[in-house]
Design a protein around this ligand. Sequence first.
Ligand code: SF4
Length: 394
Amino acid sequence: MAGVLNTLSLATDLPGLAAQVQEWLDDPQLSLMSRLKSLYQRPAVGYFPVYSPLEIFEAAGVYPIGVGDVSHDAEMALGESRFPSFVCSIVKSTLDLGLAERLRVLDGVVFHSICDAARNLQAVYARNIPQQWTDYLHFPQNFDSPAASEYLASEYRRLMRRLDAWTDRRMTNDDLLAAIERYNRLRSHLRELYRFRRMHPDLLSTRVLYTLVRALGLLTVEDSLDLLTYARGLLTRQVPRTRDSVRALWIGAFCEKPPWDLVETLEEAGIAIVDDDIGLAHRWFSDDIPLDGDAIMALATAYCRNAVPAAVRHVPLGDRTAALLQRMQKVGADVVVMTVAKFCEPGLYEYAAYRRVLAEQKIPHILIEFDEHMWMFDKVQTDIETFVESVLLN
Ligand code: SF4
């Protein structure tokens, strides 16, 4: 291992590694991040889900931390005091983490135009936690316009200028190309892991994959590559679990984190997840970004032309539903599991779009509304078990 991950003593089997990573993410003191920050000797910048241009942070020499990946306990009086009850949980929990000074490891936070709730969060966060630097990236929505890439490139250049001023250095095109190359490698590793899970969901559970993907939000790209390489080495020691199950495409975990136990409940009930939309910040592009020319234009063009499906990215309804059916065919999924975070408008719009086409095509699906703090799973478990039985018996 080339990075600092080798300073940690990692578990020697996959379930043990997943448990270890979960401890890092659930630690209320965020101790690992503080430790890594001092080892990396870089300023730390948090990024809100769903997507953030991590290559720019890497080229700027800052340590990117996914604020949506760290866990939050159920008490969030501080976060709730600034938002109405009909706002999704991750918006309130992120503000709560900031107000409770649990994000003091961060020197700044970048938010994005993914939805109205996140848009408001940036303003409320900046006003209440003025000691942290914040920025807000506007992503384009009209991808038919040839101006979309140029517009996004100008947003990225604006962010770069701010980071340059803040870090007192000047990013070059070569810095960015080197960062893109590292993230291309990381995405390629992830695609490989996803391919593996698609073929062997009995060997690589989604519970383990979900934990690993969330861990990437705590690590630099070098350490992320090391962690995935290490985890792949452990895959050969896994013993397959044989049981009746249905192959499912899981949609709706793109922003707020579904609780660990919800993922476990799905798998225990016989859902073999073969594709999902978790951890999109590290999986945003379906192909490598070109490594020559203007790096910022390449990054912006890839966002507009080469991104994976995501509820927070505007795509015409017909294209969206056609992509769903193609994706199901590609990954060999028989059913769809839709988890929608409470009060998440992009998630609910997506469900409304998919529900009709799934009914028309007679594809079974189940909708589960969740909250990151949900802790009772009895009803959900019964619903999922009933769903699985009805599919298996038909
Ligand atoms: S969970 Fe949904 S509504 Fe909440 S911030 Fe994320 S995308 Fe926006």
